[in-house]
Design a protein around this ligand. Structure first.
Ligand code: UDX
Length: 453
C-alpha cells in the first residue's frame, strides 16, 4: 500500500475533566514520540496548561464553549450533552482554521468517546478519525449493552433488590448493580449519552487505554462488535509520562510517607469527581483511627457536600490521628502509589486510579461512587482478585476491618502478590514486543496507509 508521508498532525479532543485529560495527554506524548505533531483542541472550561511538559504541542480553544459555572449548574451528564451541542460549530471553525493555516497535514482526529461532536467536522472536512476510550474495555462493552436496553424495564430491574444482585446475562461476573449507571443523572439521559459514545460513526478505529492481560475477553467482544480495528495500547501512564494535574499537588505528603514503615500506609483518594456524604466521611475517619494503621487521605475541597473542606472532622479525631494520619487537598498520586510505605489504596476505582494502582502492585479497597467505577471495582475483587469491595452503608467497624484485611492479614499479602504479578505483566505489555507496544505500532503504521479512511 502507498504510504502518505506528509500528514503528520494528530488532533486530540479531550473531555475537560482530569480522568480524561490525563490519558489523552499521555496518548499525545506516545504519538509525539513516534514523530507526529500534536494539536490539542480544548474547551474553555478546565484548560490543560500548555506547561513546559507540553511545550511541543499546539493548543487551540473552541470558541464559545461552556464554562466551570455551567458544570456546577448542570451536573456532569447534562454538561456533557450540552457541550456536545454547543461545540459542534466551534470545533468545525477550529479545524477549518487549522486546515487553512497549516494545509491539510492532519493524519487523524483522535477524540474522547464523550466528545462525539467532533464527528461533524471530521465528516465535513473528510478527515480520518479515531475514537479514544479512556475507560476500561469492559465498561465500553457495558455501555454498548446498556445502549440497547429498554430504559423503563431496566430501571424496574435495578430497583428490585432480587434482580439487581443477579449477574447480568452475558456479562459475568458483573451484576445488574455493577453496570455503569450514574449518580449524576436520570437513567434515560445516561442511556442517551451512552448510545452516542458507543456509536463510532465514521471513526476508522478505536484506541483503548487497556491491555489484553487485563481484559482479553472484553477486548475480543469489542473487536467482534465494532467492525473496525481496536487498539489496546495501555496502560498509557507506563507507556508515556505526561504530568497533567489540573489541581496543585501537595508534595509535603511524600516527606510524611518517608517517615512511615514499609507497606504500612493506606492511601485514600476518590479521584476528581466523586462526592462523599459527611456521615460517611465521619464513619471512615473513625474506622481509620480505630484500625491503628497510618493513613494518607486526599480530601478534595468541595467533595463533601455542605463543607468547604475538613471542617466536619472533630477536634477529637484530629488530635487522635495527628501522629498517624496526614490529610491533603490533592496528592502527587503516582509518586504516592510507588512509595514503599504505601501498602494499600482506598479508591473510588476510576479507571486511571485502577491502572495506576495495579501498575505499582498496590492492592485496593474498592468503594465505587458512580459509572464505570462500579465495573472496575467488581473486576478488582472478582476477576483480578486484588481488591476488597465495600458495599452498602459504611460504618466504622467495616472500615476498620477492611483496612486490617488489606494491610495486616494474610489475605492482603496474597492480594499484594497477585497485584505485583499483574504489575509485571502490565510493564511487559508496554515494552518492546509486548501486546500494547505492538498495538501502538500497528496503529501508527495504519495511519501511514493511504486507505486508512
Ligand atoms: C473519571 C471516572 O471516575 C473514571 O472512572 C473515568 O475512567 C475517567 O473519569 P476520576 O473520577 O477523576 O475520573 O478518576 P480517575 O480515572 O481515577 O482519575 C483521577 C486521576 O487524578 C488519576 O490519574 C490520579 O492519579 C489523579 N489524582 C487523583 C491525583 O493526581 N491526585 C489526587 O490526589 C487524586
Amino acid at each position: 500500500m502507498e504510504e502518505l508521508r506528509v500528514k503528520r498532525r494528530i488532533v486530540l479532543v479531550p473531555v475537560p475533566a482530569q480522568g480524561h485529560v490525563t490519558p489523552i495527554m499521555q496518548l499525545g506524548k506516545a504519538l509525539y514520540s513516534k514523530g507526529f505533531s500534536i494539536t490539542v483542541v480544548l474547551t474553555q472550561y478546565n484548560r490543560v496548561s500548555s506547561s513546559k511538559d507540553f511545550s511541543d504541542f499546539h493548543f487551540l480553544t473552541i470558541p464559545g464553549s461552556l464554562t466551570e459555572s455551567d458544570l456546577k449548574n448542570l451536573g456532569p451528564f447534562k454538561f456533557l450533552f450540552k457541550l456536545n451541542q454547543i461545540c459542534e460549530a466551534g470545533f468545525k471553525q477550529c479545524i477549518g482554521q487549522l486546515l487553512q493555516e497549516q494545509g491539510n497535514d492532519i493524519a487523524c482526529v483522535v477524540y474522547d468517546e464523550y466528545m462525539y461532536f467532533s464527528q461533524a467536522a471530521v465528516k465535513e472536512f473528510q478527515l480520518p478519525s479515531v475514537l479514544f476510550s479512556t475507560t476500561s474495555a469492559t465498561a465500553f462493552v457495558c455501555r454498548s449493552v446498556l445502549s440497547r436496553v429498554d430504559a423503563e424495564s431496566f430501571l424496574l430491574d435495578m430497583k428490585d433488590p432480587k434482580v439487581s444482585d443477579k449477574v447480568f446475562p452475558g456479562l459475568h461476573p458483573l451484576r445488574y448493580k455493577d453496570l455503569p449507571t450514574s449518580a449524576f443523572g436520570p437513567i434515560e439521559s445516561i442511556l442517551n449519552v451512552y448510545s452516542e459514545t458507543v456509536n463510532i460513526r465514521t471513526a476508522s478505529a478505536v484506541i483503548i487505554n487497556s491491555t489484553s492481560c487485563l481484559e482479553n475477553s472484553s477486548l475480543a467482544w469489542l473487536q467482534r462488535e465494532l467492525q473496525v480495528p481496536v487498539y489496546p495500547i495501555g496502560p498509557l501512564h507506563i507507556a508515556a509520562s505526561a504530568p497533567s494535574s489540573l489541581l496543585e499537588e501537595d508534595r509535603s505528603c511524600i516527606e510524611w510517607l518517608n517517615k512511615q514503615k514499609l507497606g504500612s500506609v493506606i492511601y485514600i483518594s476518590l479521584g476528581s469527581l466523586a462526592l462523599m456524604e459527611t456521615k460517611d466521611m465521619l464513619e471512615m475517619a473513625w474506622g481509620l483511627s480505630n484500625s491503628n494503621q497510618p493513613f494518607l487521605w486526599v480530601i478534595r475541597p468541595g467533595s463533601i457536600p455542605g463543607s468547604e473542606w475538613t471542617e466536619s472532622l472533630t477536634e477529637e479525631f484530629s488530635r487522635l490521628v495527628s501522629e498517624r494520619g496526614y490529610i491533603v487537598k490533592w496528592a502527587p498520586q503516582m509518586d504516592v502509589l510507588r512509595h514503599p510505605a504505601v501498602g494499600g489504596f482506598w479508591s473510588h476505582c476510576g479507571w486511571n486510579s485502577t491502572l495506576e494502582s495495579i501498575g505499582e502492585g498496590v492492592p485496593m479497597i474498592c468503594r465505587p461512587f458512580t459509572g464505570d467505577q462500579k465495573v472496575n471495582a467488581r473486576y478488582l475483587e472478582r476477576v483480578w482478585r486484588i481488591g476488597v469491595q465495600l458495599e452498602g452503608a459504611l460504618d466504622k467497624g467495616t472500615v476498620e476491618r477492611a483496612v486490617e484485611r488489606l494491610i495486616v492479614d494474610e489475605e492482603g499479602a496474597e492480594m499484594r502478590k497477585r497485584a505485583i504479578n499483574l504489575k509485571e505483566k502490565l510493564e511487559a505489555s508496554v515494552r518492546s514486543g509486548g501486546s500494547s507496544c505492538s498495538s501502538l505500532d500497528n496503529f501508527v503504521n495504519s495511519l501511514k496507509m493511504k486507505n486508512f479512511m
